[in-house]
Design a protein around this ligand. Structure first.
Ligand code: B16
Ligand code: MG
Length: 229
């Protein structure tokens, strides 16, 4: 079996930097949005995020102008993350990856971010991942399962053999649509469609996750049996 991690909100909290950069753009265009609205941008591609934000501000523009705004926002975002280092890895993630590595569990990254390779490099985690599928590589972003299906294929595993860790409702939806067990990272308020929810990786051991996976399989089997009759 194997695991696929989302990046933003699971390995590092880059959502706060995306928020600052998008807010700056919105403010320059004469409107604002809040953290509740920002929740809707989690796991969503850069282009789709821009369209959502422009919708909130009632702004319509040409494709050319939108492309220019995306470049501007990304420049600001890159400025904000330029000093990022391993100290920003979320609690427990590093030791959990070490454990996966020691147990020779295949590990993939499934992120919407086109900056994911740069971020993994900056926080020193690149070598833990045998597959990196990000926003540069997929045609259909989350909630489409393409990101995770590509990752599973690269790890030579079936979706039913992989666990996806995701912080965004759209990411959990993508994992479930692809036939993966989805463990939500964060609060149960937003992630009710996940199979299990963890606050984060602090004190989380691989054997705990394996136990959850076994329980999930049993539940799944029961469901398909009752469904067939
Ligand atoms: P970029 P994930 C996503 O990453 C973020 O959650 C989302 O807020 C962002 O818009 C998206 O990446 C694209 O990011 O502008 O860097 O390409 O959560 O899928 O790892
Ligand atoms: Mg995320």
């Amino acid at each position: 079996m194997g695991v696929i991690f989302d990046l933003d909100g699971v390995i590092v909290d880059t959502a706060k930097y995306h928020f600052q950069a998008w807010k700056r753009l919105a403010n320059e265009l004469g409107f604002d949005f809040d953290e509740t609205q920002n929740e809707q941008l989690k796991g969503v591609s850069r282009y789709d995020s821009l369209n959502l934000i422009l919708g909130w501000g009632g702004v319509t523009q040409t494709e050319e102008q939108k492309q220019a705004w995306m470049v501007t926002k990304n420049d600001w975002y890159l400025g904000l993350i330029s000093e990022m280092n391993e100290s920003e890895i979320l609690p427990g993630v590093h030791s959990f990856l070490d454990e996966l590595n020691a147990a020779q569990i295949p590990v993939g990254l499934g992120s919407a971010s086109k900056n994911s390779k740069r971020i993994l490099e900056q926080i020193g985690l690149t070598s833990y991942f045998q597959s990196i599928v990000d926003g540069n590589r997929v045609v259909k972003g989350k909630p489409n399962p393409e990101t995770f299906l590509t990752g599973a294929r690269e790890l030579n595993l079936a979706p039913s053999e992989c666990i996806v860790f995701e912080d965004a409702p759209k990411g959990v939806k993508a994992a479930k649509a692809g036939g993966f067990m989805a463990i939500g990272i964060g609060s149960s308020r937003n992630l009710s469609n996940a199979d299990y929810i963890l606050k984060g990786f602090e004190n989380i051991r691989w054997r705990t996750i394996q136990r959850l996976f076994r329980n999930y399989k049993i539940k799944d089997e029961k469901f398909s049996t009752s469904f067939n009759y």
